[in-house]
Design a protein around this ligand. Sequence first.
Ligand SMILES: [Mn+2]
Length: 212
Amino acid sequence: MMKFIHAADCHIDAPLDGLSAYDGAPVDVFRTATRSAFAALIDRAIDERVDFMVLAGDIFDGAWREMNTPLFFVRQMARLDRAGIQAYVLRGNHDAESEIGGKLPLPANVHLFSARAPETFRLELPDVKVALHGQSFRTTAVTENLVREYPPALPGWLNIGVLHTGLEGGTVHASYAPCSLEELTRKGYQYFALGHIHAHGVLCPTVDRHAG
Ligand SMILES: [Mn+2]
């Protein structure tokens, strides 16, 4: 059976501002919390022997303050590579191309979605063919509807849309790459891996079973 992990908004090395205001706060634990969480996610992917991983934006928290931040990410991706796990990565508002333009020495298992136009990556597994469609953020504030230009579902493939979006807004998160839930379902994809809203949620529980 095919297995994958969908994660987003890891915000690696985000400074935990305001923490010093709390007397007795475990500052050391918090300082490394985003890295520990990300490494634990990679542990889980390897333990579960997933086929691939989807990271739907905001892996980083903004421009790197130190080169250790991207190098940490590269090391974690290399762990996946050694385990034969593919990673599909999208840039969000915090790690938009304009913000983080630096070229990373990414291992061959990492597939970074283009910020110019929607891009499709294909992964043919023994029991299912997977097509992942996505477009990265080019700037930190993408206010146009990106998903409108995503390609139609590939018949006979398990289609996964990858998108960093505020959906229709109305939350505390900025309404970037807005779109409606109905627009997403109309694409006919079998799954959407969303990011941006920092909460787990199943927005559309009636996902069609993949036909193939
Ligand atoms: Mn975001």
